[in-house]
Design a protein around this ligand. Structure first.
Ligand code: SF4
Length: 216
């Protein structure tokens, strides 16, 4: 029995949400390796498909949707729930190429917090608890995403990326965590970032600790 039509609608939506399918590159229980939640246990869901095409991308296998299995929300929710992870990180690829409402509705129905890592270049969707914006010059973020950003994480290779970081930070809400991350295969970016953060202490450094620790 439903108490109100509204609750009945929500439950119907949830039933539909659980049957929705997404192309998935991989999903696994791990430790968040970078950004503001570094070191915390989390369940990663990597959706397939990306139209940003960063030349230094380390997950190029995620660019094409084709060739990756489709998984139902109910199965992803069950696996995430069973893992014991307190939160799920939806990443890609570019996860916002998909309507994330069904997936996030399903995860939240089981009490899981939902984080996303996105370039922000496609429309925002879903019920999200934490938004990490990692803007790329190759395909800029939409203007609408900035109001919702919790963490701005900019990958740095050259001086141009520091300017890009400041341009994006100016559009984010007060209190946004501001992080610069060296590109893994560009060691000279470390010196650039260290000097910059010493001069601009509102920024911090994000490291890909999972790569140092060899945590998948
Ligand atoms: S946005 Fe992310 S997944 Fe897409 S090409 Fe850039 S680094 Fe790779």
């Amino acid at each position: 029995m439903f108490k109100t039509d509204e609750q009945a609608d929500l439950l119907t939506d949830l039933d539909q949400a659980m049957e929705t399918e997404y192309p998935i590159v991989e999903h696994f229980y791990t430790i968040q390796g970078e950004g503001a939640h570094t070191g915390r246990a989390s369940y990663f869901i990597r959706t397939a498909g990306c139209d940003v095409n960063c030349w230094w991308c380390d997950v190029k296998e995620s660019w094409e949707e084709e060739g990756h299995p489709k998984m139902k929300v109910k199965d992803l929710v069950q696996l995430a729930k069973e893992s014991g992870a307190p939160f799920v990180v939806i990443t890609g690829g570019e996860p916002l190429l998909h309507d994330l409402l069904p997936l996030t509705l399903g995860l939240k129905s089981e009490g899981l917090q939902v984080h996303i890592e996105t370039s922000g270049s496609s429309p925002l969707s879903g019920q999200l608890d934490w938004i990490t914006l990692s803007p790329k010059r190759f395909k800029k973020p939409t203007e609408e995403v900035f109001a919702y950003v919790d963490e701005l994480k900019v990958v740095v290779l050259t001086n141009k990326d520091l300017k890009w970081a400041e341009d994006n930070a100016a559009k984010c809400p007060d209190g946004t965590r501001l992080l610069l991350q060296p590109e893994w295969d560009t060691p000279k970016s470390i010196e650039l970032i260290v000097d910059y953060v010493k001069e601009n202490p509102e920024w911090g450094i994000s490291l890909q600790t999972h790569k140092f620790l060899k945590v998948p």
